[in-house]
Ligand binder design. Structure first.
Ligand SMILES: NC(=O)c1ccc[n+]([C@@H]2O[C@H](COP(=O)([O-])OP(=O)(O)OC[C@H]3O[C@@H](n4cnc5c(N)ncnc54)[C@H](OP(=O)(O)O)[C@@H]3O)[C@@H](O)[C@H]2O)c1
Length: 195
């Protein structure tokens, strides 16, 4: 859950030129395609400095978040809520216990989340993950950009980023190598048809 933003032309609206917010799948992924190890942990990121990779700059460019319940519970387990006052939709079938003030429990309905964000006038949503939530938005064609922080680590086994067998061709918008061997790869997905 680190990141980097280098492209000043980064979208701040949906790719179909409506007022809906851009949905940006922004994750750290190992070279062999995992977002977490077998136990759901992200210790493969420990040797990398999120600040150096531009995480703060990325965070400043988004005004809302969407995450799955597992990722939400994991963030809470790390300590203080790090996402300040950004509205955060948590995809879950269960009520949130003692949620941070701006967390909103929501059913697995991407269009409903996007509609709510649009009504609030939001421009740029960080789709945090995990892969189950990514797959939900992907299946609905509601991911505008894939902004992947590729870390030069092989995890071997764990939770893969891509969990469906979809084929797609993406457009590279930015590739930034870092001295640590991390490469930031930002891709635009095919435009989705507005529904
Ligand atoms: N490397 C990174 O940048 C990064 C970023 C994010 C997450 N992660 C890792 O990802 C792992 C968690 O990912 P995950 O995919 O297992 O879980 P997740 O997407 O974080 O959460 C899954 C939960 O969200 C709800 N949900 C999501 N999609 C749904 C759907 N299509 N239908 C119904 N409910 C849905 C369900 O909650 P209910 O059970 O409450 O119904 C489900 O159990 C963690 O280990 C975390 O460390 C890594």
């Amino acid at each position: 859950m680190t990141g980097h933003t280098t492209n000043p032309a980064r979208p701040h609206e949906g790719s179909d030129a409506t007022n809906r917010p851009a949905v940006r799948a922004y994750l750290a992924v190992s070279l062999d395609g995992f977002v977490a190890d077998d136990a759901g942990g992200v210790s493969f990121l420990d040797n990398y400095d999120a600040e150096e990779l531009g995480a703060t700059r990325f965070f400043e460019s988004i005004d809302a978040l969407v995450m799955g319940r597992k990722s939400f519970d994991q963030v809470l387990s790390f300590g203080d809520w790090p996402y300040e006052d950004r509205p955060t939709w948590v995809v879950t079938s269960r009520p949130l216990e003692n949620p941070p003030p701006h967390a909103i429990a929501t059913p697995p309905d991407p269009q409903r989340i996007i509609n709510e964000a649009t009504k609030r006038g939001l421009n740029s949503i960080w789709l945090v993950g995990g892969p189950a939530t990514i797959a939900l938005f992907d299946a609905a064609d509601r991911i505008d950009t894939w902004e992947l922080t590729v870390v030069p680590e092989r995890v071997g086994a764990g939770i893969p980023l891509f969990t469906n067998n979809r084929r797609a061709t993406l457009t590279l918008e930015n590739a930034t190598p870092h001295p640590s061997g991390v490469v930031q790869l930002d891709y635009r997905a095919q435009p989705a048809t507005e529904t």
